[in-house]
Design a protein around this ligand. Structure first.
Ligand code: NAD
Length: 370
């Protein structure tokens, strides 16, 4: 069947190819059962590309990424390549994709699935039913701002410095992603900065407020200082629907929020670029975990973060909400049935490996779609 859905699959290193194999089975299932097909291409990135081609990502792979409607990324890196020079690090692949496709909005859901409510370090009462989304600006701010460096002062001391900078456009485009997401959820957006002590924070707040009045008056907007947000995320995380924030604060708060759920092997993410005139935008989907060299090749990795990243891809790049929900429900049901990979084991559950988990998801999909 001809398909206008161009998908580039980049499994990468370590457990990347192992968990991606399970996504391919879900894609095959969709092809058979849902009559949805993708124009799919698979390629090497990271250490695998260094070994085969001498570079973490070839220009040809970059061209395929540019042509794709969506990219499903595994993970890159591992001890084998740790001693290579700065330009030969496997991570160059993901950094290059983010930079050249201008993927500026990183979306990290923090969802607590009922069967895993005890995996969190927080009390079940605090996190049961948690479903929040953090939108982190990911191409600007202090990680990229100039000037930056280390200088020697007249008295011989040294001084290290970085610069937080944000333009109106950079703030507006990421805030729009937050507002648009809020509209599809509970219609509430919290914008997070440090307007009390940072000029760039005050500016951020003014730009978001003006955008809200101009384009999104129907969305409930609140502002919060980043330090308070960190505290509130631990105290009462369910008060949030969508959070939008800068690169630096988003880096910290999204890691904090993901750990509320207690399980690295379960967490997907998306990074979106700016829409063009036709509404098409580059987008990359990946689990938040790395290549887990300590368990690679053992067949025990949890494939759910990668499968849930694919569900996000269906929802945000192709508007296939129903199929995305079906896959998410299948994951929840399999966990509820008591099957677990080692990383999310709990007393009274049965341990399974990567491929049995994948098979169980397919069986559950069969049931749900019957
Ligand atoms: P990691 O996420 O790979 O692993 C941390 C721990 O979590 C390990 O004990 C691992 O076994 C476990 N774990 C991770 N994913 C799991 C899964 N799906 N199922 C079961 N257990 C899982 O982080 P790390 O050890 O700090 O990094 C390992 C390598 O991955 C490094 O080379 C790092 O640079 C790279 N990395 C890549 C990305 C990326 O490609 N975007 C992101 C993070 C780390």
């Amino acid at each position: 069947m001809a398909s206008n859905k161009k998908l580039l699959i980049l499994p990468g290193d370590g457990i990347g190819p192992e968990v991606m194999r399970e996504v391919r089975r879900v894609i095959d299932w969709m092809d058979r059962r849902r009559m949805v097909s993708f124009d799919m291409k698979e390629d090497l990135v990271g250490g695998a590309a260094i070994d085969a081609r001498g570079t973490p990502m070839t220009d040809a792979t970059m061209e395929s990424a540019r042509a794709a409607d969506a990219i499903l990324f595994g993970s890159v890196g591992g001890p084998k390549w740790d001693k290579l020079g700065f330009d030969m690090r496997p991570e160059i692949a993901i950094l290059r994709l983010r930079k050249e496709l201008d993927l500026f909005a990183n979306l990290r859901p923090a969802i607590v699935l009922d069967p895993l409510v005890d995996a969190s370090t927080l009390k079940a009462d605090v996190i049961r039913g948690l479903d929040l989304m953090i939108v982190r600006e990911s191409t600007g701010g202090i990680y990229f701002g100039e000037p930056r460096g280390v200088e020697t002062l007249p008295d011989g001391q040294k001084r290290g410095f970085d610069t937080e900078t944000y333009t109106t456009n950079e703030i507006e485009r990421v805030a729009r992603v937050g507002f648009d997401l809020a509209r599809k959820r509970q219609n509430r957006l919290t914008s997070v900065e440090k307007a009390n002590v940072m000029q760039s924070g005050l500016f951020w707040r003014q730009v978001v407020t003006a955008l809200h009045q101009r384009e999104y008056p129907d969305v409930e907007l609140s502002h919060m200082y980043a330090d308070n947000c960190a505290m509130q995320l631990v105290r009462n995380p369910r008060q949030f629907d969508v959070i939008v924030t800068s690169n630096l604060f988003g880096d910290i708060l999204s890691d904090l929020a993901s750990m509320l759920t207690g399980s690295l092997g379960m967490l997907p993410s998306a990074t979106l670029g700016a829409p063009d005139a036709s509404g098409r935008r580059h987008a990359l989907y990946e689990p938040i975990h790395g290549s887990a060299p300590d368990i690679a090749g053992k067949g025990i990795a949890n494939p759910l973060a990668q499968i849930l990243s694919f569900a996000m891809l269906l929802r945000y790049s192709f508007g296939m909400d129903e199929d995305a929900s079906l896959i998410e429900r299948a994951c929840t049901n399999v966990l509820a049935s008591g099957l677990r990979t080692a990383d999310v084991m709990a007393p009274g559950t049965a341990k399974v490996g990567t491929s049995v988990m994948g098979e169980s998801i397919l069986r559950e999909l069969d049931k749900l779609a019957a």
